[in-house]
Design a protein around this ligand. Structure first.
Ligand code: FES
Length: 296
């Protein structure tokens, strides 16, 4: 088993839930206004905010570690450590917002990520205090220890994103299975008005679910797996969110603009995959957007 593969074992340790689930409840309470949670998810940005913010503490602390090697540059290292400490707070809040709406196994691993980050932050705060008191050697020892923990924690976060798909769009994975040809979704008149219907497209060996919404003579077709964690959008509902008609996921209530596919409410931070639509002889046909084909 690889070193980081141990984290997959950790994801199965149910006894961790005694600590993880109360923490999740506390995060939900702390970030209760939906607008605050959406801001932290990055719904407004069309991209998860946590990895964007994480650049600041990680970059500042790595740079500080290098500057500390050159004695005349150590005051600049202290400034960078302070910058990283200040940026760690919003970074942690954005991560907590995402973490609270992940699958249970990812939440267990995420708890380790949070503990390591908190410990690293504590060491960096201690380093700042030591430097301020003139204890430069102790300050550097503390910040290098903090850098070691923050680096380990970054590896855990990367494993959550890449190996456990916590940050990937599950809709793109599903879209890649779909045929690149026009898909006949049947007669327009067979589609219910104003609520999602399940249709399927031909996939690589298995049908790919699609969520189809009719509004009058207009039809919008989405990949059926929600971008957030793959929830079944065809079992969701249509709702007005922020003044826009949206398709709402039944699992965590992410809302995707029916016209543009963009998220109007989180936890989803990326747009939902939409298909191009045309109408022929009273029938509705849909096709995957060109960016998913071999030719692009
Ligand atoms: S799966 Fe979480 S909002 Fe859809």
């Amino acid at each position: 088993m690889s070193l980081l593969g141990i984290l997959d074992r950790l994801a199965d340790v149910t006894s961790l839930d005694k600590a993880v689930e109360p923490a999740r409840t506390a995060v939900d309470r702390l970030l209760r206004p939906q607008g605050l949670k959406d801001a932290l998810h990055g719904t407004w940005l069309g991209h998860p905010l946590h990895p964007v913010l994480a650049q600041v503490p990680v970059g500042s602390w790595v740079s500080a570690g290098l500057l500390d090697l050159v004695p005349p540059l150590r005051p600049a290292a202290t400034v960078l450590i302070g910058t990283g400490v200040a940026a760690a707070v919003p970074t942690a809040l954005a991560g907590a917002a995402d973490w609270s709406e992940q699958e249970v196994g990812v939440r267990r691993v995420g708890a380790l990520h949070a503990v390591l980050n908190t410990a690293a932050l504590g060491l960096y705060v201690g380093s700042l205090v030591a430097r301020r008191r003139g204890a430069g050697t102790a300050g550097r020892v503390l910040s290098y220890a903090g850098l070691a923990l923050a680096s380990g924690s970054a590896a855990v976060g990367g494993h959550m994103s890449y190996a456990q798909s916590s940050g990937a769009s599950h809709a793109v994975t599903s879209a890649r299975q779909l045929t690149h040809d026009w898909i006949d979704l049947g007669p327009l008149d067979d589609l219910p008005e104003g609520r999602p219907a399940l249709r399927t497209g031909e996939g690589q060996g298995a049908p790919v679910p699609l969520a189809v919404v009719r509004r009058g003579s207009r039809v919008d077709v989405f990949v059926g797996a929600c971008a957030h964690l793959g929830g079944p959008l065809a079992e969701g509902r249509v709702e007005q969110v922020a003044g826009r008609d949206c398709l709402v996921c039944p699992w965590h209530d992410s809302a995707f603009d029916l016209d543009a596919g963009e998220p109007r409410r989180g936890p989803a931070a990326v747009p939902q995959e939409k298909l191009d639509v045309r109408y022929e002889g009273g029938r509705v046909l849909a096709k995957l957007a060109g960016r998913h084909t071999e030719e692009g």
